[in-house]
Design a protein around this ligand. Structure first.
Ligand SMILES: [Zn+2]
Length: 290
């Protein structure tokens, strides 16, 4: 991950003239193309991944199910593309999950890939109306699909989840979920429920999962989380009272950890790691983990 803010991305919905190939009339530019949850990149597994162009896709003669315009990155049109789940790509390319691309793609390409994954999934899943089942149509000028029969319009869904680093003296609360790799710890997170504020969700999740009460809660930052359509909203909180009691079965282990006994923590991809690195930074040390 290198070129932070090196490129400028201007999101768009309706492609303008330069997004089309004057000769063929088809789209031109970069393709963030997905087969199921995997994205197509150029290069073998030990080469740094590149984003293919429409010319690449045309050359491979693979079937494109749908495509959507995403915007301009440094003047180059970018598109999301849905391929058949079982598509085979030639040896110059490969299919790979978004998580594993974090270290290889530039920050701007990774961000667009996350956006593309969500738009592909939304478009695929809203070809028919969720209320009456009739086919939907694209709404011109909006990222929406409208049912011609009952007028219901579906927009891409974003599901907010909170994530919170809890500090107690010079230690933090780390927990291991049921689905985690052995020895890998994370921090408390959970989806926001209808009717809740973000702060309500932080206090509820912490109370439900580890049975403690929080003092102050501060907003830290947020991160789109396209697995499949989340946004993680990060907080720092101080411990107030209670002892750790595992609650609703999501966690198998939780405890207070400090500089000298940190277990394996989330990789740098995640806002969880940014929160933990921020905590370490305020204590003037650096965590030596990938
Ligand atoms: Zn309908």
């Amino acid at each position: 991950m290198s070129d932070r803010h090196e490129f400028e991305f201007i999101p768009g919905i309706e492609p303008h003239d330069q997004a089309w190939n004057a000769a063929s009339g088809g789209p031109r530019g970069r393709c963030f193309a997905f087969a199921g949850a995997d994205m197509v990149v150029l290069g073998s597994a030990d080469e740094s991944p590149q984003i293919p162009s429409w010319d690449d896709l045309y050359g491979w003669s693979i079937r494109v199910i749908r495509y959507q315009y995403l915007g301009l990155l440094s003047g180059e049109p970018c598109w999301s593309v849905e391929l058949e789940p079982e598509v085979r790509v030639p040896d110059v390319a490969r299919l790979t999950g978004l998580r594993t691309l974090y270290d290889g793609l530039s920050e701007s390409h990774y961000a667009i890939a996350g956006r593309a994954a969500q738009i592909v999934a939304w478009d695929r899943d809203h070809q028919h109306c969720g209320r009456c089942g009739k086919p939907t149509e694209r709404v011109i000028g909006e990222r929406g699909r409208r049912c011609a029969s009952c007028d219901l319009t579906a927009y891409p869904r974003v599901s907010p989840a909170i994530i919170v680093l809890i500090e107690r003296d010079d230690r933090i609360l780390l927990a291991r979920g049921r689905a985690f790799a052995p020895r890998r710890f994370g921090i408390i997170a959970g989806f926001v429920e209808p009717g809740e504020s973000l702060e309500d969700a932080v206090r509820r999740e912490v109370s439900e999962e580890v049975g403690i009460e929080l003092g102050g809660i501060d907003y830290f930052g947020s991160q789109p989380w396209p697995f499949p359509h989340g946004i993680m909203i990060g907080f720092r909180a101080s411990y107030l009272s209670g002892e750790i009691t595992l609650g609703d079965g999501e966690l198998v282990e939780a405890g207070w950890y400090g500089r000298d006994d940190l277990p394996e923590i989330p990789a740098k991809l995640s806002i969880a790691r940014r929160l933990i690195d921020d905590w370490a930074g305020r204590r003037a040390f650096v965590i030596d983990q990938p």
